[in-house]
Design a protein around this ligand. Structure first.
Ligand SMILES: Nc1nc2c(c(=O)[nH]1)N[C@H]1C(S)=C(S)[C@@H](COP(=O)(O)O)O[C@H]1N2
Ligand SMILES: [Mo]
Length: 310
């Protein structure tokens, strides 16, 4: 939909987006009227995202079915069971949506999701997605390189890390009533990790706008790291000089490091990371170093002891 659209094109000319917003408006109206319309959920929440397949995509692996990608989730703000996010996330409002960009930048700015979507064409990126819990999926994400946003923002020379903060809305997120994590959920990347071409901000998957449970309207995807690095529903991106505190590392520093690179040689203290179960498979398969993306990212960690910096 937003392919090739540059900021100089008035948003009124981006037809598919207006259609998408109209659908949402229509649904809100229907809900307010309590008309009892039972339109398919997909139709209400998702809109087609045209995207050319990126050559950075993983090939030759079977995609995880959409149903599994949207119903087997981790999003603790909505509960800790895998089925909780799909069951509870429907009430989160993802429009209007703004992202505050602050910290070590020439000009701090708050961008609307529509502005962000105009920064770069949306691509399809088929990536392996490996949770620290030792399950994995293969997901066709729709997104654009985080580097496109960073180049637009122009961080200062003091920006060594990027911190991502996600939404904490008490009204729509039942999990926030419990101290599962130190809310709001936060994650972070070193600047070179953030600039790596594999790192994307995703706005959709399987060619449809992200469902709330997958982190609508904007979430981070870093395919060589454990899934928890992929902060969902981002509301703030802050450039900082020191390594930022992150939600899982704060909750349990001995189990979850800052780097969180997929590494079959560093076991979680309570289970092995040498193997994983691809969702839908019966047998476990060996986990690959850097989740199989070593060729593109191993150089980022040259000289670092990955057992210390896990
Ligand atoms: N805000 C927020 N982001 C989050 C999480 C969360 O609980 N809250 N869980 C993380 C974890 S542990 C994983 S494995 C991935 C899961 O993404 P998926 O449900 O789209 O597969 O989201 C990550 N991002
Ligand atoms: Mo995870």
């Amino acid at each position: 939909m937003l392919i090739g659209k540059k900021p100089d094109i008035p948003s009124s000319e981006i037809t598919p987006k207006s259609l998408w917003l109209d659908r949402r408006r229509f649904m809100t109206g229907a809900a307010v009227l309590g008309a009892g319309l039972s339109l398919p959920r997909q139709w209400a929440q998702a809109a087609p995202l045209q995207a050319a397949k990126s050559p950075l995509s993983t090939t030759g692996e079977e995609l995880t079915p959409l149903k599994d990608v949207t119903t087997y989730n981790n999003y603790y703000e909505f509960g800790t069971d895998k089925s909780d996010p799909a069951a509870n996330a429907g009430g989160m409002k993802t429009r209007p949506w703004t992202v505050e960009i602050s910290g070590e930048v020439a000009k701090p700015v708050t961008l609307g999701i529509e502005d962000i979507l105009r920064l770069a064409p949306v691509e399809e990126r088929i990536y392996r997605h490996r949770c620290v819990e030792a399950w994995s999926m293969v997901i066709p994400w729709n997104g654009f390189p985080l580097s496109a946003l960073i180049k637009h923002i122009e961080p200062t020379s003091k920006a060594n890390f990027v911190e991502f903060t996600t939404i904490a809305d008490r009204a729509s997120m039942p999990g926030l009533a419990y101290p599962y994590l130190d809310w709001p959920y936060r994650e972070g990347l070193r600047m070179d990790e953030a600039m790596n071409p594999l790192t994307i901000l995703a706005v959709g998957l399987y060619g449809e706008t992200l469902e709330n449970q997958n982190g609508a309207p904007l979430r981070l995807v870093v395919p060589w790291k454990y899934g928890f690095k992929g902060a969902k529903s981002i509301v703030r991106i802050r450039f900082v000089s020191d390594q930022p505190a992150t939600a899982w590392n704060t909750a349990n520093p001995s189990e979850y490091g800052f780097y969180s690179n997929v590494n079959p040689n560093v076991d979680h203290p309570r289970w092995t990371q040498a193997k994983e179960r691809r969702i839908g498979d019966f047998l476990r398969r060996p986990t690959l170093m850097f989740n199989g993306y070593g060729e593109q990212v191993a150089n980022l960690y040259k000289g670092m002891d990955l057992k210390t910096y896990f």
